[in-house]
Write a protein that binds this ligand. Structure first.
Ligand code: ADP
Ligand code: MG
Length: 606
């Protein structure tokens, strides 16, 4: 990164926020953060242009949090986002930044969620509201949302709101907010209409544009893998295993925490890996780099800053495990390979929502980045067998084989077996604990993932041949929702669970659980399935019958849930309500009011 700001401390944030940032592992501000935070802290309006994934949320959230008066439990900031997913995501981000701010309350409000709950939550008071335009407008019209104490208004992904037809609602909201407040508008592009809105409603805004850098990266083979169907960690090890010219790798992630976690996981899988991050002192950092040079380490997992300027000629691969914030960071990262006249390889993991960043990188570097097909199980096996043969061949050339040849002859005689059989037994011994094959067929799917993805999307177990989770049922995966009106139901074409044709019966015993959300909370079956699938790492097809009642619901899950999944589910929220999952002891449906016949909506859903 060329941004000259190396630490959040230089930006004027309070000690308490700095502490939080360090706790959540943010090491350095991203370029948009470095530029926006001081300006927003100074009270100016901002017109910011930056791609997805550049860290805009913290860029506006951190300064606005400095202005919040916790004692006043009235909305002091309003953030408008195009979709409910984004509203929830931004609200979660704010909540995490508020770790050391007791009593801080952020409330997401969006269409499709029950008004009853929203009204209750609004009445309870929140310091920050994050909402979709339609629903925010409704609440303003109904006077259930009062913006008299507003200090900051943020329009996040303004071009997306325009594209989705929300721009009139947005303008209406801008018209109906008190004059005196700071406004920040963020957009990946700046179409005429957005510029017009900015001119009309922003006061002498500072314009921030995160430019894409150009660079030449000719000696480096660049590929990307679109994250899908498999956990990133599995994909990574599979790729590393079959890459022909693999010698050493630097893997880039976003946070210090992630460097350590990934290093641990790779060590557990037998790689000589270590983390390199800003928490290490100079001496420790140098040690890691020396070990990488000498071959004591093969993989270093690093943050951008920590890896700056590393020059280790044997680094054959750079893996962008987390996509970088900007093209300059990308160019810096991949410049760690292809050194000293060697060729290098750069692999980029791209989540569906980051595709735009991929295209930006391609434009900036003027190099196409080719899609990578993940190696299949057969590829991995072939590679392992080839390596094994090569190793054996090497020993065949070695001195002193006669002694062992003699032993083999004796064995053949004593056991009445062929030399081939003895060789096979020896090969098996030699490979003990290091199977050449990834076991037989596709592994039988297990209902619980061992490894919780760091992607929001659940991973599935099998190979690349395996379909993405929803495809086979004609459902649309969650990540595509971003492009739609937030108010639209997610899987509208999908018949309700009870009406669906028989699915493959989940193997094994099922246990029924009770959860504290029901119709009253505006919850639908798909919300429950989605939350449980995501939070507990259970593929949705393993989730059994769901009984939706007024105040609570039941859900059947495979027996033998790991403690980690059970704990995750205790904390899980559906539509903002903690579900408090526990084994169901009551009669089915007993003690509940059952279906309410005339469910009256306070006002029409937009
Ligand atoms: P955008 O809104 O520009 O698409 P986000 O604000 O959603 O980007 O940030 C993308 C990801 O980067 C999030 O997972 C966020 O936690 C992470 N992130 C943001 N800023 C930093 C930082 N300074 N250091 C490390 N990770 C960060
Ligand atoms: Mg964002």
């Amino acid at each position: 990164m060329t941004s000259t700001v190396d630490s959040f401390a230089e930006l004027g944030l309070s000690e308490s926020l700095l502490k939080t940032l360090s706790e959540i592992g943010y090491e350095t501000p991203s370029p948009i953060q470095a530029q926006c935070i001081p300006i927003l802290l100074d009270g100016h309006d901002i017109l910011g242009m930056a791609q997805t994934g550049t860290g805009k949320t913290a860029a506006f959230a951190l300064p606005l949090m400095e202005t919040i008066d916790i004692k006043v439990s009235k909305p002091q900031a309003l953030i408008l986002t195009p979709t409910r997913e984004l509203a929830i995501q931004v609200a979660e981000a704010l909540q995490s930044y508020a770790k050391n701010l007791p009593g801080f309350h952020v409330l997401p409000i969006y269409g499709g969620q029950s008004y009853t709950i929203q009204l209750k939550q609004l009445a309870r008071g929140a310091h920050v509201i994050v909402g979709t335009p339609g629903r925010v407008m409704d609440h303003l019209e109904r006077k259930t949302l009062n913006l008299d104490h507003l200090k900051t208004l943020v329009l996040d992904e303004a071009d997306e709101m325009l594209r989705m037809g929300f721009i009139d609602d947005v303008e209406w909201i801008l018209e109906h907010t008190p004059e005196q407040h700071q406004t920040a508008l963020f957009s990946a592009t700046m179409p005429e209409q957005i510029r017009r809105v900015a001119q009309k409603y922003l006061v002498e805004p500072r314009e921030i544009k995160i430019k894409a850098a150009t660079a030449t990266v000719a000696a480096i083979r660049q590929v990307y893998w679109q994250v899908s169907g498999m956990h990133k960690l599995d994909a990574l090890t599979r790729i590393l295993e079959v890459e022909d010219d693999f010698d050493a790798a630097i893997i880039f992630v976003r946070t210090k925490t992630a460097t350590v976690e990934l290093a641990d996981k790779l060590n557990a899988r037998g790689y000589a890996a270590a983390a390199l991050n800003g928490d290490l002192n100079q001496q420790m950092r140098e040690r890691v780099i020396d070990q990488l040079k000498s071959g004591a380490l093969d993989i270093v997992i690093a943050t951008d800053v920590a890896a700056r300027g590393i020059d280790v000629p044997r680094v054959s691969h750079v893996v962008n495990y987390d996509i970088p914030y900007d093209t300059e960071a990308y160019v810096h990262r991949i410049g760690r390979t292809g050194r000293a006249g060697r060729t290098g390889n750069a692999i980029l993991f791209v989540a569906p929502r980051e595709i735009r960043m991929l295209r930006t990188i391609e434009r900036a570097t003027r190099q196409p980045i080719a899609p990578l097909t993940l190696p299949s199980r057969a590829d991995v096996t072939n590679k392992r067998v080839a390596d094994f043969k090569a190793k054996v061949a090497e020993v065949l050339d070695a001195e002193g084989l006669d002694f062992f040849a003699n032993i083999v002859s004796q064995l053949c005689e004593e056991k009445d077996v062929s030399a081939e059989e003895v060789a096979a037994a020896l090969a098996m011994m030699a490979q003990e604990g290091k199977p050449l094959q990834i076991a037989g067929e596709d592994p039988a799917p297990r209902p619980f993932r061992e490894d919780r993805g760091d992607d929001r999307r659940p991973a599935s177990f099998g190979d690349r041949e395996r379909k993405p989770r929803f495809e086979d049922r004609g459902e649309r995966p969650r990540f595509e929702d971003r492009g739609e009106r937030s108010e639209r139901p997610r899987f509208e074409d999908r018949p309700p669970r009870s009406e669906r044709p028989a699915r493959p019966a989940p193997a094994g015993d099922m246990v029924r659980y009770r959860i504290d959300v029901g119709r009253e909370h505006g919850v639908e079956v798909r919300d429950i399935v989605g939350a449980i699938a995501n939070e507990a790492g259970i593929e949705s097809r393993f989730i059994g019958r769901i009984g939706l009642y007024e105040e609570s619901s039941t859900v059947e899950l495979p027996a033998g849930m790991p403690a980690e999944a059970a704990n995750a589910l205790k904390r899980t929220r559906v539509r903002g309500v903690p579900i408090n999952l526990r084994p169901d002891e009551g009669r089915p449906g007993g003690g509940f009011s059952g279906e309410r016949k005339f469910k009256k909506k306070p006002f029409a859903d937009r």
